[in-house]
Design a protein around this ligand. Structure first.
Ligand code: 13P
Length: 354
């Protein structure tokens, strides 16, 4: 099979994922990362508990009104719910498209700065992607990570290598019918200001699309998942939501082709409330060539995990629905801050892995 065999389907899937008023629920934490989340509520990291927690999220009544797709970790894609039905079927019944994390994690990048990484998982990717397609996945995610902790930002090597990996991945999974979510995350670690973030992010995202061009990626069948253009976590200068919105849109307008149907931001350590408010401000400014929405992990799950606390399904579902609805409203510029239950606890963790 080639991209040509899937062209129409890829475009249709990408457009469905980018439906206005809907966004993506990222539940693709690797097993060790899921263990950290469960440990925070004193729940053991067993397959049964992961199944119970994620099954609770996916069966939240009406979730599909706000959520177009869910990114899964490999275990969940083939897993059944406690009632015996497949997790992917639970999602499909809500009109939620199942997706899959296909990268195999960050590795040290020899020859680059000490903390810099590349994202692994290209070997055999097309074969794995075809298997995931057979199991019901229709889109994929690959997360490359760059940092601004060095004064000059990421090295040229790290920018090039990560852009190239994202483009090779995108092309490979498109050949198996999966829409690639292209995620060049820029960590919040550091004390740089928002201008620095904007400069680095523009350089990174432009490099990603140059690599996509060389690899003949079908841009209409992709989504971009960037961080918002925010100052470093240790920056002393506070910025308003309106400033974040203005900078983020400017960065995206300078670097993302108009043929990309949707930009789905990651929350990257922002609090639940900030992630909604910033997205809302962007959509209030409006008038962008792409749909601007969300693909949040922490900012959709933080309160839900605490509400569930190992067994309380109703509380867990109440919170995930509240955040999903809030972010759905934010993706239309209609969110009234504080109108839905949320936490404003900062979820930033230095050197975050997923
Ligand atoms: P956060 O929203 O928690 O940053 O996670 C999204 C994600 O998928 C990171 O790869």
């Amino acid at each position: 099979m080639t991209i040509a065999d899937y062209q129409e389907e890829l475009i249709e899937t990408a457009q469905k994922l980018a439906t206005r008023g809907k966004g993506i629920l990222a539940v693709d934490e690797s097993t060790p990362t899921c263990g950290k989340r469960l440990a925070s509520i004193d729940v053991e990291n067993t397959e049964e508990n992961r199944q119970a927690y994620r099954g609770m999220l996916f069966t939240s009544p009406g979730l599909g009104e706000y959520i177009s797709g869910a990114i899964l970790f490999e275990e969940t894609l083939s897993q059944s719910h406690a009632d015996g039905e497949k997790m992917v079927d639970k999602l499909s019944q809500q009109g939620i498209i199942p997706g899959i994390k296909v990268d195999q994690g960050l590795k040290p990048l020899a020859g680059a700065l000490a903390h810099e990484t590349y994202c692994s998982g290209l070997d055999g990717l097309k074969v794995r992607a075809a298997q995931y397609y057979d199991e019901g996945a229709r889109f994929a995610k690959w997360r490359a990570v760059l940092q601004i902790t060095n004064k000059n930002g990421p090295s040229e090597l790290a920018v090039k290598e990560n852009a190239w990996g994202l483009a090779r991945y995108a092309r490979s999974v498109q050949e198996a019918g999966l829409v690639p979510i292209i995620e060049p995350e820029i960590l919040m670690d550091g004390d740089h200001d928002i201008d620095k973030t904007s400069e680095v992010q523009e350089r990174v995202v432009k490099a990603v699309y140059r690599a996509c061009e060389v690899n003949h990626v079908l841009l209409e069948g992709t989504l971009l998942k960037p961080s918002m253009t925010v100052p470093g976590a240790e920056c002393k200068v506070e910025v308003t939501p309106a400033t974040v919105a203005k900078y983020t849109i400017q960065t995206m307008l300078r670097s993302v082709p108009a043929s990309v149907p949707g930009i789905v931001f990651l929350s990257g350590g922002l609090s639940e409330e900030a992630a909604s408010v910033y997205l809302n401000e962007m959509n209030v400014l409006g008038d962008t060539p792409w749909n601007l929405s969300f693909s949040y992990g922490r900012a959709l799950q933080h309160s839900a995990l605490r509400g569930w606390a190992g067994s309380n399904i109703d509380e867990g579902q109440k919170f995930v629905l509240a955040r999903a609805q809030a972010n759905s409203e934010a993706s239309k510029g209609e969110y009234v801050p504080g109108s839905q239950a949320s936490s404003d606890e900062k979820l930033y963790v230095a050197g975050y892995t997923y």
